[in-house]
Design a protein. Sequence first.
Length: 297
Amino acid sequence: MRALVWLFTVILLALPSAAQDKKDVDLALALGIDISGSIDPEEAKLQREGYVLAFRDPVIVKAILGGPNGRITVAYFEWSDSWMQKLLIDWTLLDSEAAIEAFARRLDDAPISIARRTSISGAIRYAIPLFGRSPYEAQRKVLDISGDGSNNDGGLVTEMRYEALKEKIVINGLPIMNDRPNPFGFPNEADLDRYYLHCVTGGPRSFVEVARNFEDFPRAVRKKLLQEVADLRTRPDFDIGLGPLPDGTQLAQAGRPRPQAEEDYTKFVRPEYELGCDVGERRSREFWQRRFGVTPD
């Protein structure tokens, strides 16, 4: 009997623990992509191609493999209505050129979808437990939200942002200044960049990278990913040919020293938006009431 107990103990000690299995990565990056009704199939295709091209860019590959651990993990999901989120690629370890190319190929091969309304708050709510079940130990956790409209469905975006920041998830934004006609006749939002800056993004060194239109999306994605992956602001010695970085508010916020692990991320938000962070909900209600005499469910 003692021999069996001893043998069982030896086997247990030989097995790796969950903590030992959890690899350290430089970054856990969740990419949340807008597929709401204001985005047509051509625009959705441009978004997808932007990410595929970015992960095939040699400079970004160098940045991914150039961190202290030489690897990051990435998840990619699409979102629309409050309860419509679709995980295309779960957490994937990018630790070699082959792994990065395999990720880009999977993304390129995945079908493209279009849904209905715009719930940034729903996308953030979905991402919080997504980070919680990541099989990797990340030095930084970043949620990247891209879209062409403000929140008009589900809870208030600022409330869900607060919940994400409590979990030390930094939120960056990639607003698309969509100048194409909306299929429903909804007016374009000329202030979307400011809305994202004040109402969506948050956390230490968070920032907004603006795509001037869908054709500009690949450039914006590349620049955004380089800032996130290479963590350029704390690594001025890491020269990967990015060129000039943004100035003004974004640079000042991003240039702060890296926070300590115990620091409160909820403090790192911009001043309240002058139009209110519920402006998307109000505009939606006013539009449907004016055009059809009803308000959306």
